[in-house]
Design a protein around this ligand. Structure first.
Ligand code: SF4
Length: 383
């Protein structure tokens, strides 16, 4: 029986096949965000790609890139008297050096799962005698909501609200992959191939639609102009992702590096001005630690001086610690696209979604979890 697919889909698939054949070598494209990773698997599109087109997952899953030191800070905060932790559910099971928030909750800590920053502020209103600490994770997609919530707290004089800042920025991380890698001296010494070597092997980037709605397609200019790598912004439907790959393959075949956007109905060149202004008002860019990658310059957000009183670390005198990942865990290489999950010795053995060792196995958008769930790891590792 022949699969019934819309002609335009078939035509794009044929074009992708033909272009990859003409390129005549392995083509490596990074899908930067976890939503793309999962969508490629879930839609079946991944299994329909040309044999010489390799998709590698990037550092765009917020749970996967949250450093152990920040999980440990959240655990320390949860141990404080009269503190409630408000967090998205995925963060509960991410292992830090001190265990996980889930374990701390089982031991009696007051940890609430919420689905928005605003709900955290509501909790602060409902629990006036306690301090509610919101774990602010995510990229530019969620950072504006955190900023708006802090402004609301200030406006209403709600002082029993604080945030643990873990927001990160996508483009600096992409640049770091292409530059000189992580900045933690110890990690850089032991992982000298991170950064430029991994980045040099990439032929282009499929850029995330949702982040791009906020930052605008022009935000990727440094990747194209400084690093000479093609970038195409795409949404998350199969047609969008396939169109994005076709545009990338055209550029790679031509030897070009352009910034293109196949999600134009949603993503504008300059992004969402209101959301960007919210972030500018409340945050400043800062050097921050990424899980297994070390510190990347200007790759995260911290509160600007006017709003620092909402910083949970300062308020409770918590000092940022160190990271100590399981030496066998290869999350750092997975999120740089250097290895595939099945190449980790712990994959599907000690590390499963029920017993995660690294963060990439925790989130539904984590690369290892996606490979585990969709059962393609072994087969694709051999490609
Ligand atoms: S399989 Fe587990 S331990 Fe290995 S890289 Fe993935 S998350 Fe880390």
């Amino acid at each position: 029986m022949t699969a019934c697919v819309p002609p335009s889909f078939a035509a794009m698939r044929s074009e992708l096949e033909a272009r990859c054949a003409r390129i005549g070598r392995r083509v490596q494209v990074m899908e930067v965000c976890g939503t793309h990773t999962v969508s490629f698997f879930r839609s079946g599109l991944r299994s329909m790609l040309p044999a010489n087109l390799r998709l590698v997952s990037g550092p765009g899953c917020p749970v996967c890139v949250t450093a152990q030191r920040h999980i440990d800070a959240a655990i320390r905060l949860a141990m404080e008297e009269r503190v409630i932790i408000a967090t998205y559910g995925d963060m509960l099971r991410v292992p830090g050096r001190m265990g996980s928030l889930e374990r701390r909750r089982a031991a009696g800590a007051r940890i609430f799962v919420i689905n928005s920053a605003r709900r955290a502020l509501e909790l602060a209103r409902e629990h006036a005698n306690e301090t509610v600490v919101f774990l602010a994770v995510g990229f530019e997609t969620t950072a504006p909501a955190t900023a708006a919530t802090i402004l609301e707290a200030e406006r209403e004089g709600i002082e029993n609200f604080a945030v643990l800042m873990c927001h990160k920025l996508v483009v600096p991380a992409m640049c770091a992959l292409l530059d000189d890698g992580p900045k933690d001296a110890a990690r850089a010494d032991s992982d000298h191939t991170a950064g430029s070597a991994a980045g040099a092997a990439l032929d282009g980037f499929l850029c995330p639609g949702h982040v791009s709605v906020i930052i605008g397609s022009q935000a990727y200019r440094p990747i194209v102009e400084v690093h000479g790598k093609p970038c195409v912004v795409a949404g998350f439907e199969p047609m969008q992702m396939l169109a994005g790959l076709v545009h990338l393959a055209r550029q790679i075949e031509e030897g070009a590096a352009r910034l293109e956007n196949v999600y134009e109905g949603v993503v504008s060149p300059d992004g969402n001005a209101v959301a960007l202004e919210l972030m500018r008002r409340v945050f400043v860019e800062a050097d921050v630690a990424w899980r297994a990658l070390g510190v990347i310059p200007q790759s995260g957000l911290e509160l600007s001086p006017r709003y620092r009183r909402f910083d949970a670390m300062r308020r409770f005198g918590i000092v940022e610690g160190d990271d100590e990942d399981d030496p066998a865990c290869r999350c750092g290489e997975v999120i740089q696209g250097k290895v595939e999950p099945a190449q980790c010795p712990l994959f599907a053995g000690r590390c499963t979604p029920l017993t995660p060792i690294g963060p990439c196995m925790v989130s539904s958008e984590g690369t290892c979890a996606a490979w585990y769930r969709y059962g393609r790891a072994m087969k694709e590792a051999a490609r």
